[in-house]
Design a protein. Sequence first.
Length: 323
Amino acid sequence: MPDTTNAAKATGLQIGDPAPGVKKVDPILVADNVTRNFGGMTAVDVAHVEIPRGVITALIGPNGAGKTTFFNLLTGFDKPNTGQWIYDGRNLAGVPAYKVSRLGMVRTFQLTKALSMLSVLENMRLGATKQTGERFFSALITALWRKQEKEITERAMELLARFKLDTKADDYAASLSGGQRKLLEMARALMTSPQLVMLDEPMAGVNPALTQSLLGHILDLKSTGMTVLFVEHDMHMVRTIADWVIVMAEGKIVAEGYPDAVMDDPAVIDAYLGAHHDTDLGTLTGQLEVAIDDDDSLVQQITDEIAAESANTGSTDDRKGTA
Ligand SMILES: Nc1ncnc2c1ncn2[C@@H]1O[C@H](COP(=O)(O)OP(=O)(O)OP(=O)(O)O)[C@@H](O)[C@H]1O
Ligand SMILES: [Mg+2]
């Protein structure tokens, strides 16, 4: 496990002084004028934000600031009222969630979406993209299908071993602890070999015994070249692993910069962090229950995705470059 106390922090990420919307030297994601209204309330109103590539960015802010809604918009799980965003040179506004993940941008959920009545390994396999067996004609070619099945299972088992869940591969996901479900969700997100991993409160509901290994796993993502954007209320975790911090309040980006500068800024502390300031690991973790997804919504979503794809003239891989 990496030494999280001495994790090398990135510098020189931005062009000019840190301020809301500041340009980055090498952004992986650039969003403009993204708004989302619910009834009369504006949940997200982001004029401009850039996410730096290859480092860990924390998105923080009080409850109801719009962090999860912003994640939902960027990853195609919700539609904005206005706005656009460019991921790795490609405009993603209007692109559905399954395509976004195939383009290398994946997210996990604040309330985990492990499917209780499937095994841990089956949950992992749902994270794989482009399964030949999902397409009617290809499914007829059994040999091809079997080969891909084997590759997917191998990749799943490798990832499960990395997250110390391999001994649980055949257990129902329902039997996992809240923290183990968080790990499973992160492992599943990695099945697609993503470039940008978005984690919505990875520490919430995680037993303190697992938090250190979770921090290690997030640092591992960075060390293997991935970009991480995570939402977190645990300020100790943010300070420990984030290279850059973006503060959101009432839908807007109100501050951004390097962790120490942002989190020691009295205006940010008073106005936006309030009671969360300097709350240590373990104090806030566990504040949110882990949702048990028994409504099969994820299965339905995946079924819809497969149907949409089949209707889509059997197109092959949308991903640019190498996976
Ligand atoms: N589907 C929805 N319908 C109506 N209002 C919504 C919906 N989703 C979110 N909201 C509202 O939008 C605002 C932003 O919510 P959001 O969940 O994005 O906040 P958050 O920053 O993720 O908060 P938390 O830290 O508590 O997770 C809140 O006022 C919330 O009640
Ligand atoms: Mg949220």
